[in-house]
Design a protein around this ligand. Structure first.
Ligand code: CA
Length: 228
């Protein structure tokens, strides 16, 4: 069955060009021109989407407010959200990611890029329960805590493994420094984010040939991209 994408965007040209390209890829597409309509379609079981593309600048309810609402509702708590934003400041990106968006795309964007990101996010949400990550070079067994790079075992501390797992389970998605600190060090962590950067550096060193599997997203955090 084809997956359904809800596009919440008030600019008809952008919405229609996304629709055209997604339909060509065999996705079903719904468009909402306002946050209120987007929320209604998201919560209705007959139209509930597999993924939401959400423009930040909407008339009425803002994209950020809607994102916060969607994350509070049980029906949409886990639905992937990709934000579209014309704003490019880092604090806007961080706010969006911390509000619960899975990824963001800055306008003007190429439609091809949006389609590729959507595919990656949907693949990830499908494989949420798979107990391992594997590509040509690197494998990570989340349950046995085993990491192998180019056939060699990589010995990691518990913290390093937790950090790697946290990133790998969200492959392709930007993790903010604060999200990583919260998830790996716990919500009580108020220390400075250099601790995290030091751990990442050590993790990359230990991964050796596979150290490039973690990408730095300047000013924001890190992203696991694997070794393909
Ligand atoms: Ca808009």
């Amino acid at each position: 069955m084809s997956q359904q994408i809800l596009i919440i965007e008030d600019e008809p040209d952008i919405a229609e060009s996304l629709r055209y390209n997604f339909e060509r890829e065999n996705y079903k597409v719904l468009i909402a021109e306002s946050g209120e309509k987007g929320l209604r379609l998201s919560l209705d079981e007959h139209t509930s989407p597999d993924l939401i593309i959400l423009d930040l600048m909407l008339p009425g309810m803002s994209g950020l407010e809607l994102c916060r609402r969607l994350r509070r509702e049980p029906e949409t708590r886990r639905t992937p959200i990709i934000m579209l934003t014309a704003k490019v400041t880092e604090s806007d990106k961080i706010t969006g990611l911390e509000m619960g968006a899975d990824d963001y795309i800055v306008k003007p964007f190429s439609v091809k890029e949006v389609v590729a990101r959507v595919r990656a996010v949907l693949r990830r949400s499908d494989s949420g329960s798979i107990p391992r990550y594997e590509d040509d070079k690197l494998s990570i067994d989340f349950e046995d805590m085993r990491v192998v790079c180019s056939g060699n075992d990589v010995k990691l501390t518990r913290k390093e493994f937790a950090l790697l797992t946290n990133l790998a389970k969200n492959a392709g998605r930007v993790a903010t420094r604060q999200n990583l600190l919260d998830n790996v060090w716990g919500y009580s962590y108020f220390g400075d984010t250099r601790t995290l950067d030091v751990h990442i550096r050590r993790l990359r060193q230990k991964l050796g040939d596979c150290g490039n599997c973690i990408e730095t997203v300047v000013g924001i955090g890190y992203r696991f991209i694997g070794m393909k």
